[in-house]
Write a new protein. Sequence first.
Length: 114
Amino acid sequence: STALSPKVDLHVPKDDRAVLSTKLLEAIHQAMAKEPGERFGDATEMSQTVDRALSHTGLEEYTIFLSYRASTDGALAQILFDELNNATTPKGQRVTVFLGRECLESGGDREQGI
């Protein structure tokens, strides 16, 4: 099997991982697909899909870590960050996203900024 690019990791407490469905990861991978025809048709479609993936779990907060190749996936990662970060699901759950460019100190050592 081939690895999906970019890599997306969900960071939630170990005890809560079982409640996460693969639907959220599938939605993120679709949003970040290299081929435009494989992506969502528009932001509304993506938002609705992510809301459906998040709404049934009951977790209070989500943290999504986006790991991507800046040279090829940077623009898509930024779009996903802009759409998802601080969004609220229909059940009022806040979504938080880690995007390296937004979270690391400018000019600092990558290891120290994480």
